[in-house]
Ligand binder design. Structure first.
Ligand code: SF4
Length: 67
């Protein structure tokens, strides 16, 4: 899943990453930090590659390691 790290987002501009999400899973209210709909998200990680606000969290790996 994708976690939004709000501390990395200056929250003062339209999120430029929204248009790159192939499934429309990213939204924004005003200039706030973006929101990811993890039900729509396919974990393609395009957003992760473009902005550090978006962080990929691999829960299957965490489970495998017993975390
Ligand atoms: S990982 Fe891909 S599908 Fe998910 S929010 Fe980012 S760009 Fe969209």
């Amino acid at each position: 899943m994708i976690k939004v790290e709000e501390k990395f987002c200056p929250q003062n501009h339209p999120c430029p990453i929204i248009r790159y999400c192939p499934v429309g899973a990213i939204s924004q209210i005003g200039y706030s930090a973006p929101i990811v709909n993890n039900e729509k998200c396919t974990n393609c990680q395009q957003c992760v590659d473009m902005c550090r606000t978006f962080q990929f969290v691999d829960h299957s790996q965490a489970f495998a390691e017993g975390k």
